[in-house]
Design a binder for this molecule. Structure first.
Ligand SMILES: [Zn+2]
Length: 304
């Protein structure tokens, strides 16, 4: 069974515990969006919210920030040391509008080699634990994005690391999955991100029927109506027999999501949302499947 790379060194999959699979701990979306609020750099407030997550029994957070989103391995190390949380780093490139102009002159094999090199030698001594978030700007995979998806697929096969995708309010997750599969990736090594940005049951069904994880990772608790729809989607998929392919997270990526700025930090999934699942009849084992066993299986390719 493969060990999991945290930013402070490897741990066994059994040590992951309650895991948030799609978060940001340091992120600079404003560099492209131009909106000053699209930034997450307040380390003190981030550490405080991670400590709150730990007090509720949380143990691990995956930072899916790519290099073109301002990834900073040294910051991640500092945050892990100060919070006591296992922090997992990613390798990848985000989506078309975030790529450096030079990306358009690079071959797929060159991008894949870079991902594999980072996965095996690390950045500033930190080894990644997953590939992502690999995204699309719109409702389809653009030619440049296709190269990055194929590179991610080749890196997945070369390293065994799982792939987390990004697509917002479209069914492009299926096209992402198809591309990765075309390169030979086992769909069980893929999580289609932001499934809860599109409340389309048929889309969710297709993602899990094809064997991938459906990542409901925008569960921030900021709007009760959205939370209710997220809850219905998760309950429906679990009732349909796909509980082992559900992942939950909050995708904290702006200061506004932190409690110091009026948000819920990293505690909504493990706290209020898990309670709502219990209220809907989820057993302790069901909750553990979603919050502990599924992320561990996704990250380690083990039958946990
Ligand atoms: Zn995303």
């Amino acid at each position: 069974m493969m060990n999991i790379n945290t930013v402070l060194g490897p741990i066994a999959p059994e040590e992951l515990g309650v895991t948030l699979i799609h978060e940001h701990l340091y992120c600079e979306i404003h560099r492209v969006s131009g909106r000053l609020g699209d930034i997450l750099v307040d380390t003190d407030a981030i550490v405080e919210d991670l400590q709150a997550f730990a007090r509720l029994g949380g143990a691990t957070v995956c930072d899916v920030t790519t290099s073109d989103l301002g990834q900073d391995p040294r910051k991640l190390r500092e945050i892990a040391q100060r919070s006591g949380i296992n922090v997992l780093m990613s390798v990848g490139l985000y989506r078309g509008s975030f790529y450096e102009p030079s990306l358009h002159q690079r071959r797929t094999s060159d991008i894949a080699e870079e991902f594999v090199r980072i996965a095996t030698t690390g950045i500033d001594g930190v080894l990644p634990a997953l590939i992502g978030e690999i995204g699309v700007d719109g409702a389809f995979v653009s030619p440049a994005e296709e190269r990055v998806h194929r590179a991610a697929a080749r890196a997945q096969i070369a390293t065994g690391l799982p792939v987390m995708t990004h697509t917002i309010q479209t069914r492009a997750g299926l096209e992402q999955l198809a591309l990765l599969e075309e390169e030979g990736v086992d769909p069980s090594r893929v999580a289609v991100g932001h499934c809860d940005s599109l409340f389309d049951d048929a889309y969710h069904d297709e993602v899990v029927r094809r064997g991938a994880f459906a990542s409901f990772d925008l569960i921030r608790g900021l709007d009760p109506r959205t939370t209710a729809r997220q809850l219905e989607s998760v309950v429906r998929l679990a009732d349909a027999g796909f509980i082992e392919q559900i992942l939950l997270s909050q995708d904290v990526c702006y200061h506004a999501h932190l409690s110091a700025y009026g948000g819920k930090g990293y505690t909504f999934v493990i706290g209020a949302f898990a309670q709502q699942l219990r209220n809907r009849g989820f057993s302790t084992v069901n909750i553990e499947t979603i919050l502990v066993r599924n992320p561990a299986r996704f990250l380690s390719a083990a039958t946990l």
